[in-house]
Design a binder for this molecule. Sequence first.
Ligand code: OXD
Ligand code: MN
Length: 582
Amino acid sequence: MEQITFELNKWVEESAALTKPDKIYWCDGSKEEFERLMEQAIREGIFLPLNQKSYPNCYLHRSHPSDVARTEHLTYVCTQNKDDAGPNNNWMDPKEAKEKVGKLFDGSMKGRTMYVIPYLMGPVGSPYSRVGVEITDSIYVVLSMHIMTRVGKVALEHYEKTKSFVPGLHSLGDLSPERRFILHFPEEQLIWSVGSGYGGNALLGKKCFALRIASWIAKNEGWMAEHMLIIGVEDPEGKVTYIAAAFPSASGKTNFAMMIPTLPGYKVWTVGDDIAWMYIDDEGQLRAINPEAGMFGVAPGTGPDTNPVALEMLKKNTFFTNVGLTPNNEPWWEGIGTEPMDGILNWRGEAWQKDGSPIAHPNSRFTTPLNQCPTISPNWEDPLGVPISAIVFGTRRSKVVPLVFQSFDWQHGVFVGSSMGAETTAAAVGSVGVKRRDPMAMLPFCGYNMGDYFQHWLNIGKKLKKPPLIFRVNWFRKDENGNFLWPGYGENSRVVKWIIDRVYGKADAVETPIGYLPKASDINTDGLNLKPNAMEELLAIDKEGWLNGVKEIGEFYSQFGERLPKELKEELNKLEKRLSGI
Ligand code: OXD
Ligand code: MN
């Protein structure tokens, strides 16, 4: 470990002086380390081995019942100036935050081991990859980081070259929501998380570093850290076109990232399912890398019809958190494709009462290595990333927003992304199904004032030689009886085909007040069993609905005051004018 420089050692020593662990252990990321720590975790009851015949090397973890999702209300961005965090973030003064939360870290690792995890976000050898170091007292975190990131030697080697790392201090504390804080200090590029073992709060490489801190760094350095999946879509001629797509948590993102297209001749290659780091190359082309090495996906709803690729992928080397357990020692969740059987245990490990209560927690998860994804792109670890031709924004909206439309240009696309409304899901603590604005699906993850973030998007567009086309999709439209109008999943490939054909100027569209829409006949619906006029309904412009939206967007925008780029206000006014004209 001689290569570890002074700065890293100093931070580890300071953290140990604060948290007072019995032991300090430096993780090397090896298989041997994984096996040894897994044995210990099993002994301590943190992981339960699943059926090793049908699920080799798979384990179940049950978290504390009050620690099952991200806690947005306990997540803070601590900038010197409150306005830099913006109305989209909870804010604490950095000094006050350190005093207050420092007390919770004081002695929090007494009697425990402090694990130091050097990890790399991004492919080995990529100039766009970055190093983080997480200190934690949770073995679940260490083992999960082994899957989700590249741990150990590769990270330290990258650190030697770049001399920079993002420190993240994590302790389980007493797991009480009253003493739970997820703090970001973007000016210092520092993360503090205490009181939670849940992935999004505790695996600091993911939401905390790769989105909140990275979005801040990206704004200053001229690149983008986005809550986006990345796929390559191969057409029948064998040409692969890359798309980056933003959807709020638990809105079918992982399914889309691993879609089996129903359209003959098409194939989806997975590059990433949650986060994209994108930069402009020397030719002015936007390119994306996936900073992660694993998936932390939502289990319920993952089944043979919705995501057969994931089901296949989860059969080995996978952790399941808060799913049900069958008498055969296999994981179970709603939508897995089988009926619950006698003797099944719910996510808390209790006998299921057949009372309609969920067996798996709605935000139960799988943690699995990306390299065993059957549809993994041969380019997923390309150090220079993949070229992005289209950006897609999607949310759950039962009404108003059509199946798909294209923005007029980049600026209008930024407006479309910035103003998207979404219905909340179980990925965060709070009520489910409530409509809120979730710009670019980044509301919980933008590490600074979103007004500045919109400006950053506009600036990036000006630097791109051929900006990707920007689309809005909505798979979740319902009819007046509450039934979905569109079948979704693999059938979404029909919409993806239109998107790609637009990229190459091969598909038609009509100009409408909200953007370019396909005509019903522009989307291939051969063999689909849609209700009569479904396409017309899916592609209609609901003038009243959109005018209401204009009002809501105006209100949402007003909280950003001077920080809202005037271009977006202009786009909103133009939309209102166009709508009034029909
Ligand atoms: C996730 C999330 O876990 O967005 O990816 O909550
Ligand atoms: Mn996510």
